[in-house]
Ligand binder design. Structure first.
Ligand code: A3P
Length: 311
């Protein structure tokens, strides 16, 4: 059941074919049996594919563009289901007793239960680890899956791992971990394709980072129609501006600035870089070797044959 990775995150385990933090085991039963409300909206994704962007878009649509309310931290407004398993703050607190994790991190499942009304939930879990009520179809909340091409996802994940998890291997090693399914929530293709196959289910909408970059107003319209919250042209225009990379980069409620502050304060990583990093399509070209690009392309071709998913 358990397979340990040697280069990165020795504490990671494989559960039902998915690489996860060891602590996930403590949450697994509660997530399996999680009581799902059909009014909630599930935002599902592989890490670094535009999750935060999608969360902010959806929260704003659901809350009628409440820009004032949107000043509250996104982690409170749109809680992250399994985040408690990702940060082992207990170990960290042994050396930093003054550190107090916020409730949405300390006990994410408990925090979610305290929220009133429809919640915009974030999860990186693949379909096969979602609550049983969702997998069996007994409950059918609206699910929006966002995907991004694997090469840009990989470079983004690399910077994220350096910024947040103190990854200190090189980029080529990281690419191999990505391809080998050794990163948290991997394998990548199992993740994407499970949702891709369900894209025509009435309660599931599959969107892409690339489409959001190409034509955000049109994605906003598709998503708001799916959520049965039609917006006026003026609202689409306002929301498009609010969701621009520059605007989100400068928005403290969504830019994860506090992570850098914590990293610096507690000396967790070198604290370099920002969460809102480059925000473009094709960024891998500046970082990936020709041979690695070839490897990714072959791997992509192999994994997407017999699908119309065009990456
Ligand atoms: P880069 O590292 O390529 O810049 P996630 O939220 O799933 O962790 O994804 C993070 C990625 O989405 C980062 O990619 C980040 O810059 C990008 N991103 C976040 N908000 C964005 C926006 N408004 N426009 C474009 N990209 C955005």
């Amino acid at each position: 059941e358990e397979k340990y990775t040697s280069i990165f995150r020795p504490g990671y385990v494989e559960i039902d074919g998915v690489t996860l933090p060891r602590r996930y085991k403590e949450l697994k039963n509660d997530i399996d049996d999680f009581d799902v409300f059909e009014d909630d909206i599930w935002i599902c994704s592989f890490p670094k594919t535009g999750t935060t962007w999608t969360q902010e878009m959806i929260w704003m649509i659901v809350n009628n563009l409440d820009f004032k309310g949107g000043e509250e931290n996104l982690g409170h407004r749109s809680p992250f289901l399994e985040v408690t398993s990702l940060f082992d703050y207990r170990k960290f607190m042994e050396n930093n007793p003054d550190f107090k994790p916020p409730p949405f991190i300390e006990d994410s499942l408990g925090y979610i239960k305290t929220k009133k009304g429809a919640i915009c939930l974030k999860t990186h879990l693949p379909w096969n680890l979602l609550p049983k009520q969702i997998q069996s179809g007994v409950k059918q909340p609206k699910i929006i899956y966002v995907s991004r091409n694997p090469k840009d996802t990989c470079i983004s994940y690399y910077h994220h791992s350096k910024l947040i998890e103190g990854y200190n291997g090189n980029f080529d090693e990281f690419c191999e971990l990505f391809l080998g399914g050794k990163l948290c929530f991997a394998p990548y293709w199992d993740h994407v394709l499970q949702f891709w196959k369900k894209r025509d289910d009435p309660n599931i909408l599959f969107i892409t980072y690339e489409d959001m970059k190409k034509d955000l107003p049109s994605v906003i319209k598709t998503v708001s129609a799916f959520l049965e919250k039609n917006l006026t042209e003026e609202q689409v225009h306002l929301l498009t501006a609010h969701l621009s990379f520059e605007s989100m980069k400068n928005n403290k409620a969504v830019n994860y600035e506090m992570i850098q502050e914590l990293n610096k304060k507690y000396n967790l990583t070198n604290g370099e870089g920002t969460f809102m990093r480059s925000g473009i399509v094709g960024d891998h070209k500046a970082h990936m070797s020709e041979s690695m690009i070839k490897k990714f392309d072959l791997w992509t071709k192999e994994n997407t044959k017999n699908t119309q998913l065009n990456y």
